[in-house]
Design a protein around this ligand. Structure first.
Ligand code: CO
Length: 174
């Protein structure tokens, strides 16, 4: 089931998430929804708070196929190691239309649980490294625009609100 994606201004995007302790059918169904919603929105990642759910869960797919074969479902992810820095363009399904260059670690290693509760580790560089950092930030209530300078950020948000209102899309203050 495709879920509604929450936009910047929705307070749930600023909350930290709760560790998952039950690896059951309900979690599996929720992961399926996250993946379906991510594909539907043509995103490379989607975190639970973006669909209004306060769990420490996110999904990522940076593959070309986008048919489920390359999806990574991360429950309770945690960055173990990050190395280097790289600047690149980034966007977010919760701030549609905004693309800005920010700095991230070039490579990261992340531990997480899969949908069955098995511990796994994924190492990524390039787009995968960026997606892992971006999505794990969502689980801490952090958005990529937080890495912009305060003036730049204010300008970007103001422009985005104007563009949303021109499209008739309602956005909460904050
Ligand atoms: Co995002």
């Amino acid at each position: 089931m495709i879920r509604e994606i929450r936009l910047l201004g929705d307070p749930i995007l600023r909350r930290t998430t709760a560790t998952v302790e039950r690896f059951d059918a309900e979690l599996a169904a929720f992961l399926d929804d996250l993946v379906e919603t991510m594909y539907g929105a043509e995103g490379v990642g989607l975190a639970a708070p973006q669909v209004g759910d306060p769990r420490r869960v996110t999904v990522i797919d940076v593959s070309e196929e986008r048919d489920g074969s390359g999806v990574i479902e991360l429950v309770n992810p945690r960055i173990l190691r990050s190395t280097g820095t790289i600047e690149s363009e980034e966007g977010c399904l919760s701030i549609p239309g905004v693309v800005e260059t920010i700095e991230r670690a070039a490579e990261v290693e992340v531990e997480y649980h899969d949908r069955h509760g098995e511990r796994r580790v994924v190492a990524g560089s390039e787009l995968l490294a960026r997606a892992l950092q971006h999505e794990i930030d969502h689980l801490e209530g952090i958005l990529f625009i937080d890495y912009l300078g305060p003036l730049k950020r204010r300008m970007v948000v103001r422009e985005w609100r104007r563009s949303m209102s021109e499209q008739g899309i309602e956005v909460a203050e904050g």
